[in-house]
Design a protein around this ligand. Structure first.
Ligand code: BGC
Length: 498
């Protein structure tokens, strides 16, 4: 999703493609485009649809807070509030070599993390891009691919030198699997549902840790799966490791979700496990599922409904579909396509390229919003290069404003989720830091500022007590720390069955 600029006249997209910034060479008025006035009228309509008022935000927060409570107390809820068996915060003295594997929405990452104690670490890593076919192919094959990449990584990084893996060394591994899994213990996880466009059959309802162990055995890897971890939980632990004020972690990337540290006494549904009521445990909220199926609380536009119904999981991940990077570009595309059908945009031009679902990457929205030129040359570049379409200045101004509406709504929705956790834990007076990661948070213009503005709209001035910051690498460092914490806990004989 992120895009970067190269030189003054071009931009490189995550796909590796380069687009040139064009200057206009023809007379804009040659083509029968929408006029400035028409576009301004349309924009007003979309402003009404996509703007979240402070009052509406507070209503969402109220419903969200109740949903979090219910999820903690009853099993199998839509927002599942998953106990992770990560007990409390790291001490900073965790040490040793750990492997971390991260199966994200876009990439597979393998890391060797050396924790050196005193909050210090070293990391070596390799990334592999996942193909669309792999995301839809049989689940066991996906885990075989993970194991195969691990094998290559271990072979490449083995040797007698410093920082290398020693032959014969059995390595503990933290597996960051960023999809909702209900856990009975830390090295177990039954996949509730795929999200972020994954659909690999024969995986939902199964223990993915077990499937992964099967693949490890197939490739004869000297590795013990110590912990199955959600990216948010890894981010929570890693961010606290470097900034102890961190109490909540959020991911705004291809998907979106949050984790926080809860008191065991307040997790009603695990009472029967007999865990010390004074202990703390991280909760993976899986908040992307908020308001799924019933659609009672979130104001969805008809464009959101179209995106949802055409997705591979209609009805599911209702909150995520308004926020995450996987969907924002698609919402924009659906609006543009409606205006084409209504004869407002691009009359007389061939627009078939825009009909392809998901063809507008959320990175395009970032680029449109951050176009620094008066003529909006970046937007000219995007439309001519990718879609072979000429645009007028009025249209480009409309596109930029529409991107802003969609991006701003996503950030304000995100603030509602953070506020619900803050409410639940009573953090507003003392304040807290929120570790945040993901391409939207890191690359989308003004995303953090808009989240903060949303928190002030919800809480008034006290909203300033809640501050997000760029998180430490959760699925690498966080995963290693959790693997280390788990090893220390089990070696000490504490709750060895979970
Ligand atoms: C998944 C979560 C994950 C989030 C961010 C969501 O689609 O359900 O498990 O934490 O994406 O990666």
């Amino acid at each position: 999703m992120p895009a970067s600029r190269r030189g003054s006249g071009s931009v490189i997209l995550p796909s590796g493609q380069t687009i040139a910034l064009h200057t206009r060479t023809h007379d804009e008025e040659d083509l029968p485009h929408a006029t400035k006035k028409t576009m301004a009228d349309h924009l007003r309509r979309f402003e009404n649809l996509f703007t979240l008022t402070p009052q509406r935000m507070r209503m969402i927060v109220e419903a969200f807070t109740e949903t979090l409570e219910v999820g903690l107390n009853k099993p199998n809820q839509v927002v599942p509030m998953i106990p992770t068996f990560v007990f409390g915060w790291p001490t900073g003295s965790e040490k040793g070599d750990f492997l971390a594997l991260d199966l994200g929405g876009t990439n597979l990452r393998v890391c060797l993390v050396t924790l050196q104690g005193e909050g210090k670490f070293e990391i070596t890593q390799t990334k592999y891009r996942l193909t669309e076919e792999q995301k839809q192919d049989d689940g066991q094959k996906l885990f075989d691919f993970c194991a195969e990449c691990l094998k290559t990584f271990v072979d490449t990084n083995s040797g007698d030198g410093p920082g290398q893996l020693k032959p014969g060394q059995i390595l503990p591994l933290g597996f960051t699997f960023s999809y909702p899994c209900s856990q009975e213990r830390i090295d177990h996880g039954e996949l509730i549902r795929w999200t972020k466009g994954f659909g690999a059959p024969n995986t939902e309802g199964r223990d993915v840790a077990e499937m992964f162990k099967k693949s490890l055995a197939k490739f004869e890897l000297p590795i013990t799966l110590t912990a199955l971890i959600n990216d948010t939980t890894g981010t929570l632990v890693a961010s606290h490791y470097v900034n102890p004020k961190t109490k909540i972690a959020v991911i705004f990337g291809t998907g979106c979700n949050a984790a926080y540290m809860e008191h065991v006494k307040d997790i009603g549904k695990i009472k029967s496990l007999g865990i010390d009521e004074d202990a703390d445990m991280a909760i993976n909220c899986e908040w992307g599922a908020f308001d799924s199926f019933e659609h009672e609380h979130l104001p969805r536009t008809k464009y959101d409904v179209v995106v949802d119904e055409a997705s591979n999981k209609p009805g599911e991940q209702a909150f995520e579909k308004l926020i995450s990077g996987r969907y924002l570009g698609e919402i924009f595309r659906v609006v543009v396509c409606e205006l084409i059908d209504e004869g407002v945009l691009f009359l007389g031009q061939n627009t078939y390229k825009l009909e392809k679902p998901y063809i507008i990457d959320t990175a395009f929205l970032s680029l449109m919003e951050s176009d620094p030129t008066d003529e909006l040359l970046m937007i000219i570049g995007i439309f001519t290069h990718f879609f072979n379409i000429e645009t007028t200045l009025a249209e480009r101004q409309f596109f930029r404003a529409l991107a802003k509406l969609i991006g701003r709504r996503a950030a304000r929705m995100s603030a509602c989720g953070i506020a619900a956790i803050v409410n639940k834990m009573g953090y507003i007076e003392e304040g807290c830091a929120v570790g945040a990661d993901g391409s939207l948070y890191n690359k989308y213009p003004m995303f953090p500022e808009r989240v903060h503005e949303g928190l002030v709209d919800i809480f008034g001035d006290k909203g300033r007590n809640i501050v997000t910051h760029h998180a430490e690498d959760g699925s690498g460092v966080g995963s290693a720390i959790i693997a280390a914490m788990t090893k220390i806990r089990k070696d000490a004989g504490l709750y060895t069955n979970v």
